[in-house]
Ligand binder design. Structure first.
Ligand code: ZN
Ligand code: ZN
Length: 311
């Protein structure tokens, strides 16, 4: 079933000075974990090139990259943060398990941050405000203690027992899906540690920077094709590494659309998976923006644009 994804047209807002943002302190736990996993990813490359190479292990790494990527793009983003489609429980479970292995917080915390990003894009309450700088939006905000967790905007998600379960057991689930399961699968072809290094750590570091690029690259480079009111851009580089999340100008204009690349030929594997899921009973209520609304947005974008003001 399709239902229209309607949103109000964008209006440029007066933005606060980014220096007014809450002072943030280094989060030494996050810094240590992220630094250690980067070192493990470098060791994974050394391991594969100088110690032991297995195509099975490479295949597992690619499979985990795809599944964990979908956990974030289809799950955390297009199902939990924005109700762009309804995922039935087996698909929600898939999203939550592989989302945990993506080590980007629980779906609840991720969605709370992301809804704030859409509600306050480019302003002080945007957790990854690009106006605080490219590296802040990319990874700086992850390495610091901000204002703390605030779940007031995800009360709807708290009603889902699967979401609550994943939030409560997020760390054990991340270790299970990111380390234990790859290790067990690697035992089948005699390369368990290679499987952990490649499908666990190397995959994770690549996936982190791909996801982070949506907040940094896709808010800096590319075309504001559908939305002059904020910094979101359609960035093909980001499209290539994020299973379709780089059509970010379109997404900020029509965040309830299950597609980020709305044209049939747009490279958006996430929308194809959701569409296939709807054909086999795993997803329903896929929301699409009517073509006339998209055309209207493009027409508006072609008109002279008002200047943004910074406070
Ligand atoms: Zn954005
Ligand atoms: Zn979004």
């Amino acid at each position: 079933m399709n239902s229209p994804a309607t949103q109000a047209p964008p209006t440029p807002r007066v933005l606060s000075n980014p220096k007014e943002a809450t002072a943030s302190r280094p989060d030494w736990l996050n810094i240590s974990v992220i630094a250690t996993i980067h070192l493990a990813a470098i060791f994974a490359i050394v391991y594969m090139s100088a110690i032991h190479f297995s195509w099975w292990t490479v295949g597992l790494g690619l499979l985990w990259f795809g599944c964990c990527g979908l956990g974030i793009t289809g799950g955390y983003h297009r199902s939990f943060s924005h109700p762009a489609h309804r995922a039935h429980w087996p698909l929600r479970l898939f999203y939550l398990l592989f989302g945990a292995a993506s080590v980007q917080n629980s779906a609840l915390k991720w969605s709370a941050d992301h809804r704030r990003h859409h509600a306050f894009t480019d302003d002080v309450k945007d957790p990854y405000n690009i106006r605080r700088g490219f590296w802040w939006a990319h990874i700086g905000w992850v390495l610091t203690n901000g204002a703390g967790a605030n779940f007031s905007n995800v009360r709807d998600l708290e009603k889902d027992p699967l979401v609550r379960f994943q939030h409560r057991f997020y760390v054990p689930l991340a270790i299970l899906m990111g380390v234990v399961v790859p290790f067990a699968l690697g035992l089948i072809w005699g390369d368990p540690w290679g499987a952990v290094l490649v499908a666990g750590f190397l995959r994770l570091v690549i996936q982190w920077h791909a996801t982070f690029a949506v907040n940094s690259v896709a808010h800096t480079f590319g075309e504001p094709s559908y939305n002059f009111a904020n910094s979101a851009r359609d960035s093909f580089l980001t499209v290539l590494i994020t299973l379709g999340e780089g059509y970010h100008s379109f997404h900020h204009r029509f965040p309830l659309d299950y597609r980020n690349g709305h044209r049939w030929y747009h490279l958006d594997p996430t929308k194809w998976v959701i569409w296939v899921g709807s054909k086999i009973g795993l997803a329903s209520q896929l929301r699409r923006t009517p073509a006339a609304r998209v055309a209207e947005a493009l027409r508006e974008q072609a008109e002279p644009q008002p200047q943004r003001k910074a406070g």
